[in-house]
Design a protein around this ligand. Structure first.
Ligand code: HEC
Ligand code: HEC
Length: 287
């Protein structure tokens, strides 16, 4: 009898019921999920082969170059290679880089690396992320060094300036905000162009930034609750389909870079995706 109850409980945990679902995972497993599913770190830190992430070189350095008025840079090699990666960094060095955006040598990271969002990491999740990163096999790959042109404006994400607590994550909307911060949705959806810093005050979810690539052009959508310009008239199922299948409400296939991120978001647990949508529902309408 007891074993049947235990079995049912285990199934419930496996299906992701309850905020404490990840309590069953080891820190490395939790970190793996946070890095490879929620944070989509590979989208900027993994090279590509024929347009797809090359998982044999996972985290050996990004494929794209970010060129903004303040810097020109690429996603660093974040494998444990001591020469070209972060193999010589201590646990504290990594934590500082992830949440404060400073390298061990004191040089600040370009804020295209979404560290202003990662300040929300709970103490446990920060430990887990670092444990996972330190387990990533070393790959030697020299990434073109960054060029810094000017000090970038300081970014503070409203609500994400400090570590959240496990207690807060039990509230679905707060949990959704937490996940959205790690997925840095607002880095793209609150910015009008790459030449202006994100405007979290006046453009929270407003979209408008144009991206160009081999696919042509795409414009970050308005993901606020606005009835006609945003997602105000979308059902939860419409939003879920966009995030997991990469299809807009009218059936149109979404373009990169959103489509690339969908490749990561589609593997979130059902409970996490439900929380994300609950938070999206709370984004105030904006033109
Ligand atoms: C939007 C692209 C992007 C995403 C997403 C991203 N990063 Fe980065 N990251 C960068 C760039 C670009 C740099 C280098 C910044 C510079 O040159 O100043 C960087 C730097 C770093 C560094 C410092 C390494 C070094 O040697 O400079 C670490 C560690 C890191 N990222 C880890 C992560 C982790 C972990 C995640 C996911 C939770 C992540 N990044 C998500 C773009 C990104
Ligand atoms: C790298 C930038 C980037 C990131 C990160 C990003 N998005 Fe997007 N998103 C876009 C772009 C660009 C589009 C428009 C794609 C198109 O029109 O084909 C888009 C489209 C969408 C759409 C479809 C809206 C519509 O009208 O069709 C939704 C919903 C959405 N994003 C939500 C999110 C959420 C939620 C997150 C975080 C979990 C996120 N996005 C992260 C750039 C991004």
């Amino acid at each position: 009898m007891i074993s049947i109850i235990r079995l049912i409980l285990l199934c419930a945990v496996a299906l992701g019921f309850g905020g404490g679902a990840h309590a069953q995972q080891s820190p490395i497993e939790r970190g793996d999920y946070l890095v490879n599913n929620i944070g989509a770190c590979g989208n900027c830190h993994t090279p590509r082969e024929k347009g797809m992430p090359d998982l044999s070189k996972r985290f050996a350095g990004g494929f794209q170059t970010f060129s903004e008025p303040w810097f020109v840079t690429k996603g660093s090699n974040i494998t444990s290679d001591p020469e070209t990666g972060i193999g010589r960094w201590s646990v504290d060095d990594l934590k500082r880089a992830l949440t404060e955006g400073v390298r061990p040598n004191g040089v600040p990271l370009a804020p295209i690396m979404p560290f202003p969002f990662f300040k929300v990491l709970t103490a446990g999740d920060l430990d887990a992320m670092v444990a996972y990163l330190r387990s990533v096999p070393a790959i030697r790959n020299e990434v073109q060094p960054p060029v810094y042109k000017a000090a970038p404006p300081k970014e503070e994400v409203p609500g994400a300036a400090r570590a959240m607590t496990e207690e807060e994550l039990r509230d679905p909307v707060k949990r959704g905000f937490y996940l959205a911060s790690l997925a840095h949705c607002m880095a793209c959806h609150s910015r009008r162009s790459e030449n202006e810093p994100p405007d979290f005050k006046n453009a929270w979810g407003a979209g408008g930034r144009i991206f160009r690539g081999g696919y042509g052009e795409s414009t970050a959508a308005n993901i606020s609750g606005h009835k006609t310009k945003g997602l105000g008239a979308w059902s939860d199922a419409d939003i879920r389909r966009a995030l997991t299948d990469g299809v807009s409400r009218d059936g149109r296939k979404l373009k990169p870079p959103m489509l690339d991120y969908v490749g990561y978001y589609k593997t979130w647990t059902d409970a996490d995706m439900t929380a994300l949508i609950a938070w999206m529902r709370s984004i105030p309408p904006i033109e």
